[in-house]
Design a protein around this ligand. Structure first.
Ligand SMILES: NC(=O)c1ccc[n+]([C@@H]2O[C@H](COP(=O)([O-])OP(=O)(O)OC[C@H]3O[C@@H](n4cnc5c(N)ncnc54)[C@H](O)[C@@H]3O)[C@@H](O)[C@H]2O)c1
Length: 360
């Protein structure tokens, strides 16, 4: 297989993948349905809040941006990176992927074998259903989600310690592996498995991390009420090599566009096969309880409501511009509702506008 790759959906994640792959020598066709956005990308006028993206776009030479999905078929390797928002019943809305597939099917069966690599987060079983749908069209569906976080997508993609491949077959697995070997600055461990196993793995990784965060916050909340220092306790807990210190600090609960929803989707995934995923449920509950304890602790120690409360940021993490499921934002709003005067030390216009819209 050559060094040419198409990416359908060049939004927050897809654009970073396109830029990183281009920098590593691949020729990219980036497809997006938004014509205005494609114009901005093609003219290199697009400005991103994601670190490195604006500069890398300006420097890029081998990416062709288009709104014509048929152009994607000029290459035999096609990544799909469209959005899969959460549904109210804790699954994922696959409509954007379905639309892409419908479009591809209208273009008919393919002469060359096409690798269609689903990079989006999907509900277990979905990618198998896609393969069934496309079985007579010469598409091989693989699932290859990414473990990245907003605010560090470019770096995370280059420095991953493992790659998850839900392969269509061994050929697909080898093709995807070879792409990551070229893409990564690290030498990642490659985990190959079936599509459904990989879909479960993606949710399980995030569920484990949220569990660790909620556990750390639970221990910290208990320690504070005993007058102790959560940092000392958790540092000591984490020095046990079976546990480890990563994601084991006391602080805000988990939020953002991935952790909360992937954790809830694992609960749903269990329900579908009559397994009660009570650990994931408790993790979610503890996240909410923790916010209550944080607010109570602040109120107890700050009875003077006239004093201005400085809050450094209200995005779900400092480097991100996303307010989605942000515990920091919920905390600021709770204190505000209790009568405190809040001063958020935010200078990024994109975030300020979001906050203004929220409190309008
Ligand atoms: N952003 C993250 O931090 C993150 C992290 C991990 C996983 N993911 C997963 O990656 C996927 C993509 O997320 P994102 O944040 O990049 O979404 P996004 O909304 O930023 O980008 C999706 C892009 O797809 C385009 N698109 C939609 N339908 C299309 C179509 N039919 N043809 C061509 N383009 C189309 C949209 O115009 C948009 O630019 C999701 O499944 C998400 O769960 C995202």
């Amino acid at each position: 297989m050559g060094k040419k790759i198409s990416i359908i959906g060049v939004g927050k994640l897809g654009l970073c993948l396109a830029l990183n792959l281009e920098k590593k020598g691949f020729e990219i066709i980036g497809v997006d349905k938004s014509k205005e956005y494609i114009e901005l990308l093609s003219s290199k006028k697009f400005v991103s809040s994601e670190p490195y993206v604006t500069e890398m776009l300006k420097e890029s030479q081998n990416i062709q941006f288009t709104s014509e999905i048929s152009k994607a078929l000029e290459n035999d390797i096609i990544f799909v990176v469209v959005a899969t928002p959460s549904t109210t019943d804790w699954k994922y809305d696959h409509t954007q992927i379905d639309n892409v597939i419908d479009h591809l099917m209208k273009l008919g069966p393919q002469e060359n074998r096409k690798e269609l690599i689903i990079n989006c987060t999907t509900f277990p079983g979905y990618c198998d259903s896609l393969q069934e749908k496309l079985k007579d069209f010469n598409y091989h569906i693989s699932y290859n989600p990414e473990f990245i976080a907003q605010g560090s997508i470019i770096k995370d993609q280059l420095n991953c310690d493992n790659v998850l491949i839900g392969q269509s077959d061994d050929i697909s697995g080898s093709i995807i592996e070879s792409i990551y070997i070229k893409l990564c600055d690290t030498t990642p461990i490659i985990n190959k498995m079936s599509r459904t196993e990989a879909e479960i793995t993606k949710l399980s990784v995030n569920c484990f991390l949220t569990t660790k965060i909620s556990y750390a916050n639970m221990i910290g909340d208990i320690t504070l009420r005993y007058g102790g220092d959560p940092k000392k306790v958790l540092n000591a807990v984490g020095t046990d090599s079976r546990i480890g210190n990563k994601y084991l600090s006391y602080g805000f609960g988990f939020g953002g566009p991935c952790f909360p929803r992937d954790n809830r989707s694992l609960i749903k995934c269990g329900e579908e096969v009559s397994v009660n995923a009570i650990i994931a449920r408790s993790t979610d509950e503890m996240n909410e309880e923790h916010l209550k304890y944080q607010v109570e602790y602040f109120v107890k120690n700050n009875p003077d409501k006239d004093k201005i409360v400085d809050i450094e940021y209200v995005t779900y993490k400092k480097e991100s511009v996303s307010l989605e499921e942000s515990q920091q934002l919920k905390y600021a709003l709770e204190l505000h509702n209790l009568g405190y005067k809040i001063n958020v030390q935010e200078s990024r216009e994109e975030v300020i506008n979001q906050i203004k819209n929220l409190i309008k």
